[in-house]
Design a protein around this ligand. Structure first.
Ligand SMILES: Nc1nc2c(c(=O)[nH]1)N[C@H]1C(S)=C(S)[C@@H](COP(=O)(O)OP(=O)(O)OC[C@H]3O[C@@H](n4cnc5c(=O)[nH]c(N)nc54)[C@H](O)[C@@H]3O)O[C@H]1N2
Ligand SMILES: Nc1nc2c(c(=O)[nH]1)N[C@H]1C(S)=C(S)[C@@H](COP(=O)(O)OP(=O)(O)OC[C@H]3O[C@@H](n4cnc5c(=O)[nH]c(N)nc54)[C@H](O)[C@@H]3O)O[C@H]1N2
Ligand code: SF4
Ligand SMILES: [Mo]
Length: 732
């Protein structure tokens, strides 16, 4: 008999609705759910690969501990006791801050996130890290400075906009990020079909650019200049209108003053875009009936990440497109995430303390992961000697990964919550594997707050896991109970005590829904967990509506158009451009940028045979002219070197690259013999983060600057033969 379960794929932020067909506890088919309130049937190739995770012989299904360098299976009681004792021992011997935590990307896609927050509070260490400081921290910073809270995040109203400016994002592949919008490609096509325009600003003519009305091949790192040039034109030509924000903004004069310094002529050489194009982009944007500028990791992972995102928000604001239909909007989510964060953490803050070695500021009680290796390697009070890694693979995903790999070797104790032996978890003393995606019931409370339509959906488990299997929540709560020795007494914060007392994620979700914007306790139509569970395709709560005023956390509920820290950073733009020139003269004559693939998900899902079929994806994309100048030909092995290291990968030539730019994806480099991913190991590739530089970060936040790294590309010796045919050289 076939059972059918409707839920979501939780691999990426799109959270597409899926239909899972199960026979005898075996998944036989995964397809898109045409009735899902958000995704309406769309899925990408990764959804079907959830079956591969389900049946993966390399996946850990029981805890393991390391004995003489090898992992052996043990029972849950022993594993949890051992893991917790080890962490506590490190803290007793070396102080509270000696244990670091790292939360990876999948951690945000399950209720494990709340348990992790709880466990961190109990551990009490200052050394908390996550993928946030490789990803969206600059967006958090610009929201904090402009709207008073890092989670007041603008989401493009892609369903209604008539003009979308996509800056440093490739949503046709990534399916949107800080924009939960499954099937973005169709949504982009729909903008054009209704007479609107889509413009993509990217050094590469991407999959998104191919569906856009126009592609502008900006220089890597050129965006803040481009945006200032656009603002210059908008001010100079009196095109400013604040729309819904009129009477609510501070700093318009300061914004005008800084934009006045950047005429399109001055901005053009730094942006790598000619002055006439900059002016035209500005006029088109300002004249559109509705418009939204949307920037993502291409401009976050930059030295100028924070100021670029500030300028993107500013552009939306001064053209009347902030908090208005078809512009940048703020979802009215079923759960008020900002208030929940405030209950647990108090008022949002940054810079309360600083990282011991780098001096970089904390942000919302986390430190930048770019500085983690130094915290492990540098002796002194507060040195990190133990780690808890939850759902992350920082050895492949953080800058200077090879150095972190070596640093982790030195840890006294390491616990990982992960279902694989990865480049990172191979350093663990104990690995606690959670139930996999399809084996757990859950309600996602985070991504509805970033969704292009207000909605809430439930995720029932589709198949049973191992009989003694545990969810991430259960594992982390069990660790908390052991570390906190009777959790409730150990925490003083009332919200946390409540969280510790609520025995299941569903109870947390129920409470959060009841006190949320649609909860209206006592009303019969109010949302609660029961209603959400009874709606297999989700509950649609309508199109985005103006909502910013309800969320603003600034003094007097005013929008800050020109925060002082942003103005001060922007004053560095000229000298930054000079530094880039100097690097180029030093022989690092190409700019390195990243890239994602529809059939990959950061560093994992590389163990899925169906996703790994086809051509090698870990290649260096280069413009044919750049290759010709270096005597390189397609497919040849090259050495990509930065000031901090070198990797070897094959090159792939394409005129979709801007000349002078080379693109290498992250998440590969599955080369270690003791890693448990056998399919991944047979497509090992190299880790681009072995050449990204942890000392190059967004100066305001410490977010990793993976993009615009100065590199050089050379043939792997011996070079090409006289006929230009590459000799066969094995990659490292
Ligand atoms: N050069 C470069 N580097 C980058 C980026 C880039 O663009 N360029 N992008 C950055 C970005 S945006 C991000 S978000 C990071 C991601 O960086 P990370 O979050 O550190 O890495 P992931 O590859 O997502 O690793 C996820 C791990 O979680 C495990 N896992 C999967 N599902 C679950 C689960 O449900 N529970 C648990 N406990 N474990 C699970 C997987 O086995 C895997 O080991 O990478 C960053 N690194
Ligand atoms: N298939 C797939 N989907 C994913 C992921 C995945 O690994 N695979 N990862 C998920 C995660 S964790 C995240 S955070 C999101 C990220 O989602 P996106 O932000 O859409 O990520 P990318 O596809 O890396 O797009 C970044 C773009 O920025 C461009 N870029 C690089 N440097 C610059 C620059 O200086 N200026 C400009 N204007 N552009 C630049 C790159 O060429 C690239 O096209 O994707 C998520 N979705
Ligand atoms: S886009 Fe693909 S990976 Fe992301 S949620 Fe949808 S089906 Fe899953
Ligand atoms: Mo990310």
């Amino acid at each position: 008999m076939t059972d059918t379960v409707y839920r979501q794929c939780t691999l990426c932020e799109a959270h597409c609705g899926i239909k899972v067909e199960v026979e005898d506890e075996r998944v036989v088919r995964i397809s898109g759910d045409p009735d899902d309130v958000l995704s309406r049937g769309y899925i990408c190739p990764k959804a079907a690969a959830l079956t591969d995770v389900q049946s993966d012989p390399d996946r850990l299904r029981h805890p393991v501990k390391k004995v003489n360098g090898r992992f052996v299976e043990i029972g849950w009681h022993e594993a949890l006791d051992l893991a917790a004792d080890g962490l506590r021992r490190v803290q007793e011997r070396h102080g509270t801050d000696a244990v670091a935590t790292y939360l990876g990307n999948p951690g945000a896609h399950s209720s494990g996130l709340f348990a992790a927050a709880f466990l961190r509070k109990l551990l009490g260490s200052k050394n908390n890290y996550s993928a946030t400081s490789t990803d969206q921290l600059p967006q958090f910073m610009s929201s904090f400075e402009m709207f008073g809270h890092f989670f007041v995040l603008p989401v493009p109203d892609i369903e209604r906009t008539q003009h979308m400016l996509v800056i440093g994002a490739n949503p046709a592949v990534s399916n949107g990020s800080l924009m939960t919008a499954p099937g973005v490609r169709e949504r982009i096509k729909a903008i054009r079909a209704r007479g609107g325009k889509v413009v993509v600003i990217d050094p590469r003519r991407t999959e998104t650019a191919k569906h856009a009305s126009e592609h502008v091949a900006v220089s890597p790192g050129g965006d803040p200049y481009l945006l200032l040039g656009m603002l210059n034109v908008i001010f100079a030509e009196d095109r400013v209108r604040l729309g819904r924000l009129a009477g609510r903004c501070d700093g318009l004069g300061e914004l005008r003053a800084i934009a006045a310094q950047w005429s399109p002529d001055r901005a053009a050489p730094h942006a790598g875009v000619d002055a006439a194009t900059i002016a035209r982009l500005a006029r088109d944007f300002a004249a559109a009936p509705s418009a939204v500028a949307y920037g993502r990791v291409g401009v976050c992972q930059q030295q100028t990440g924070s100021i670029t995102h500030w300028l993107i928000n500013a552009l939306n604001a001064v053209t009347g497109n902030m908090d208005s239909a078809g512009g940048a909007m703020f979802p009215r989510s079923a759960v008020d995430v900002v208030t929940l964060i405030e209950r647990v953490y108090g008022k949002a803050h940054w810079g309360r303390f600083h990282q011991r070695v780098s001096g970089l500021p904390e942000f919302a009680d986390e430190l930048p992961v770019a500085g983690l290796a130094d915290e492990i390697l540098t002796p002194g009070e507060g040195q990190v000697r133990g780690m808890l890694v939850f759902a992350g693979n920082p050895v492949l995903s953080t800058p200077g990964g090879a150095r972190l790999d070596a640093a982790m070797e030195q840890l006294d104790w390491c616990v990982a919550v992960d279902m694989y032996v990865t480049e990172t978890t191979r350093h663990a003393d104990v690995i606690l594997p959670p139930l996999a995606q399809l084996e757990r019931s859950d309600v996602d409370l985070v991504f509805p707050a970033l969704s292009v339509r207000n909605q809430i959906r439930y995720n029932p488990a589709a198949v049973a896991g191992p009989s003694d299997g545990k969810t991430d929540w259960e594992i982390l709560m069990a660790l908390a109970a052991r570390i906190g020795r009777g959790v409730k007494g150990a925490v003083t914060n009332p919200a946390l005590r409540l969280l510790g007392g609520l025995s299941t994620p569903e109870r947390v979700a129920d409470l959060a829904l009841r006190i949320g914007p649609y909860g209206r306790l006592r009303s019969r139509r109010a949302l609660d967990i029961g209603k959400v569970k009874r709606a297999p395709h989700g509950i649609d709560l309508g199109a985005l509506e103006p909502n910013l005023v309800n969320l603003l956390r600034t003094k007097g509920k005013r929008v800050q158009l020109a925060p002082a820290v942003m103005l001060a950073e922007a004053a560095r733009l000229e000298s930054l451009a000079a530094d880039r020139e100097a690097a180029r003269r030093n022989g690092f004559d190409l700019a390195l940028i990243g890239r994602r693939s529809l059939r990959s998900n950061n560093s994992w899902m590389h163990n899925s045979p169906r996703l790994m079929k086809g051509a090698d994806r870990c290649t260096a994309l280069l413009h044919p002219d750049d290759a010709a100048r270096r005597g390189l030909s397609d497919g040849q092995s090259v050495r990509v070197a930065s000031a901090t290291g070198a990797i070897e990968v094959p090159i792939e030539l394409s005129d979709e690259m801007r000349p002078g730019v080379v693109s290498v994806p992250h998440g590969f480099g599955h080369k270690h013999a003791d890693v448990g991913w056998r399919v991944a190991a047979s497509h090992a590739g190299a880790s681009v983060n072995d050449i990204t530089d942890p000392s190059i970060v967004d100066r305001l936040t410490g977010n990793a600057a993976f993009n615009d790294v100065p590199v050089r590309v050379d043939a792997v010796a011996p070079a090409t033969g006289a006929d230009g045919v590459a000799l066969d050289v094995a990659t490292a």
